[in-house]
Design a protein around this ligand. Structure first.
Ligand code: S3P
Length: 463
């Protein structure tokens, strides 16, 4: 449910907004899932469409925008920076932009709710403008590291004052006379890369970001579509993206593709539901996002990619998924950036695969909406699945199809993906799997329960 700023001030610090009490849900075994799962718009593209709409001069038109709380928080923030943001109907939005150097100074605190992408990209967007803004978020976001964007933004001339350890709330004072930057990201992070590129837009000269492993490239694609001068090259240091500052960005017409990270849940549900066949149309399969689907193919999942085509500048296909006997695999660590949000779901699927599944090189999961390695390990153990925890990953000891015991209670820690992953696991488990609070699902997939119920999934309030 969309929330208002007033909801936030009323909510205790460690609770999501919206409903007052935690929403405990239980997922019961649901064989024979069938039908069509219509997935909402991609979260990453939705945030960027609103931000680029604000930075362009003229009117950006968006269709298929994800109307989850994270993106609605970004829409509110864009209004605070001076854009006129209008909703014409479900998923149909317009943004009247102000131009890169002409952001207004927000009159109040910018509350980004649960969204790391929102706050980090917006800080990048304003860091080279002569304005200040104060940012905060919910109990999850206020624990997440902001130093990873504040460090490169300081190189442009921006200054931040916040809590120790670079935590929100913090105030960012934009650079009066920004200089361009050359920055090698110390971790694989599209959020950091995007914050630097967005800051580079209002710095004179060439800003360069270098990443050792390529991460999702929606920012680069949108910059190019809007007319910015961007070049991408492979250098001895890594994948380098160079941007010429101070372009006039043209407004775009953005058809947001359907989110592969949200699609992961009904896809996985079909894989564990005996006799299931589910169609998941129009899923974005941008190679920087599709690692989960590559891994599923290696595990023996029966997923047909039908009708491959291009939509809104992204490769998409319809996925037809059938119940499958999966085999455990070792996921190559270099694949991590292309499936970073899908590890909780993969780990829950691996529980019903034959043999171990090894996931390494994913220490970044410890600084997501929750420590996703710890939360996943605890949830699996609570449901009778053996798992080894590593500093940079986990190994799940699969029990084979249909043999996950279930029956446990999972702590979701304000993390939408932990909630959805374990509910999906419950659909194929012997006893129901319960999550302690499903409210955070509204941040990225508000219609999750309705959509899953439409396929025949039994996900119900639990006492
Ligand atoms: C995102 C990047 C990823 C991902 C997040 C969305 C983005 O984070 O986990 O859900 O839209 O740029 P990192 O870039 O920090 O890995």
């Amino acid at each position: 449910m969309p929330s208002s700023t007033t909801d936030m001030t009323a909510a205790p610090a460690d609770e999501p907004r919206g409903e007052d009490a935690p929403l405990r849900l239980a997922a019961h075994a649901s064989p024979g899932l069938s039908g069509t799962a219509t997935i909402p718009g991609d979260k990453s593209v939705s945030h960027r469409a609103l931000i680029f709409g604000t930075l362009a001069v003229g009117e950006t038109r968006i269709t298929g925008l994800l109307e989850g709380e994270d993106v609605l928080d970004t829409a509110r923030a864009m209004r605070a920076f001076g854009a006129a943001v209008t909703r014409d109907g479900p998923g149909a939005w317009r943004v009247q932009g102000v131009g890169t150097g002409a952001l207004a100074e927000p009159a109040d605190v910018i509350d980004c709710g649960n969204s790391g992408t929102g706050v980090r990209l917006i800080m990048g967007m304003m860091a080279t403008c002569p304005i200040s803004a104060t940012f905060t978020g919910d109990g999850s976001l206020r624990h997440r590291p902001m130093g990873r964007v504040l460090d490169p933004l300081a190189l442009f001339g921006a200054r931040a004052v916040g809590r120790r350890g670079g935590l929100l709330p913090l105030t960012l004072v934009g650079a009066e006379a920004p200089v361009p930057v050359r920055y090698a990201t110390p971790m694989a992070s599209a959020q950091v890369k995007s914050a630097v590129l967005l800051a580079g837009l209002n710095a004179p000269g060439e800003t360069v970001v270098i990443e050792r492993e390529a991460t999702r490239d929606h920012t680069e694609r949108m910059l190019m579509a809007a007319g910015a001068e961007v070049s991408v090259s492979e250098t001895p240091e890594g994948h380098a993206i160079a941007l010429t500052g101070r372009p006039e960005l043209r407004p775009l017409t953005v058809a947001v593709p359907r989110d592969p990270s949200s699609a992961a849940f009904p896809v996985a549900a079909a894989l564990v539901s005996e006799g299931a066949e589910v169609l998941v149309p129009g899923i974005c399969l941008n190679p920087t996002r599709a690692g989960f689907y590559t891994t599923l193919a290696e595990m023996g999942a029966e997923i047909a990619h039908e009708n491959p085509r291009e939509e809104g500048g992204e490769p998409v296909a319809d996925l037809r998924v059938r119940f499958s006997a999966l085999a455990g695999v070792e996921v190559p660590p270099e694949r991590a950036p292309s499936m970073i949000d899908e590890y909780p779901m993969l780990a829950c699927l691996a529980a019903s695969a034959e043999g171990p599944t090894v996931m390494r090189g994913i220490a970044e999961l410890r600084v997501k909406e929750s420590d996703r390695i710890a939360a996943t390990v605890a949830g699996l153990r609570a449901n009778g699945v053996a798992v080894d925890e590593h500093e940079d990953g986990m190994t799940v000891h699969g029990r084979g199809p249909g043999s996950v015991p279930g029956g446990g209670l999972v702590a979701t820690h304000l993390d939408h993906r932990i909630a959805m992953a374990f509910l999906v696991m419950g659909l194929g488990a012997r006893a129901p799997v319960t999550v302690d609070d499903a409210r955070p699902i509204a941040t990225s997939f508000p219609d999750f329960r309705t959509l899953m119920a439409g396929l025949g999934a039994r996900i119900q309030p639990a006492g």
